[in-house]
Design a protein around this ligand. Sequence first.
Ligand code: ADP
Ligand code: NA
Length: 332
Amino acid sequence: QFTPRVFSGIQPSGNLHLGNYLGALKRFVDMQGPEFQTVYCMVDLHAITTWQDPKDLAHSTRELCAGFIAAGIDPEHSILFNQSQVPEHAQLAWVFNCVARMGWMQRMTQWKDKAGKNQQNASLGLFAYPSLMAADILIYHATHVPVGDDQKQHLELTRDIAIKFNNDFGVDFFPITEPVIEGTATRVMSLRDGSKKMSKSDTSDMSRINMTDDADAIAKKIRKAKTDPDALPSEIDGLEDRPEARNLVNIYAALNDQTAEQVLADVGGKQFGDFKPMLAELAVEKLSPISSEMARLMGEEAEIDQILARGAERARTIASPILQKTYEIVGM
Ligand code: ADP
Ligand code: NA
């Protein structure tokens, strides 16, 4: 009964990185096609749940938009827009704030991680973040949501909100969305610490490859990436308990559209001293066309703003009737 529709988003909080590319952007590109309508969003309302300097936010939003397009999102085909330009997201989120339970939100591990020890001083928005995320998805009746592994729990919450809304009001209105968490790069780890995910907010720039890094920076970060002294195994079992080695193999596989098994069949027996330059060369080959196209697009500010304005218009043609119907169901 629901149109097959993909929704996903990325926060314009700066430092777009290889994890965002392999875990999200590249997969957004793969899902463009006849099978789905694709809707992709810069989620600035999510970004401001933690402090963003107003001087940087507009720049980061445009840069992220440039990143989407440079990675292969076609703004004629996909709907590409900025969240705050479609007020229906925040409007539906309020309704969902009244559906979701405090206990559900308190269990969210991202909330606990990001709020840290001083929860009393975290923003209310950070706590309510997953409810806004549910609204982002369900305001389009999206059926499929490609994300990285870190978003799994938020997608379960989105399903719980849809189920509770449908039950509370005795309707079959919101779809029960399918998370799409697939491939070898659903969780790209920090290059400095195999137990932490690669993240925009890591204070060490050496921990991540930024989409704006040049060839020298990419090569240097890979050369300095933490590894162990052993040679690469030829079977996947040999990567158990070697998180840093596994991470580099997974990155290679994802960049080259291979499985980790296929990569190991080729490079098993090599030392990191030989494998790292191969990985650096591959990363530069795949990423530098994207970063140079991003840089070119960043010189065309007016064009980006026009793409985002047009995307917001198209998004609203879907979101606005769904919000109206939601209000009607609730009795407003
Ligand atoms: P970040 O966590 O870097 O601030 P976002 O919260 O904006 O990024 O996430 C945007 C998308 O990128 C989400 O689908 C998220 O799951 C994915 N993502 C973020 N970090 C990684 C990572 N290290 N590996 C794989 N996917 C990731
Ligand atoms: Na994230």
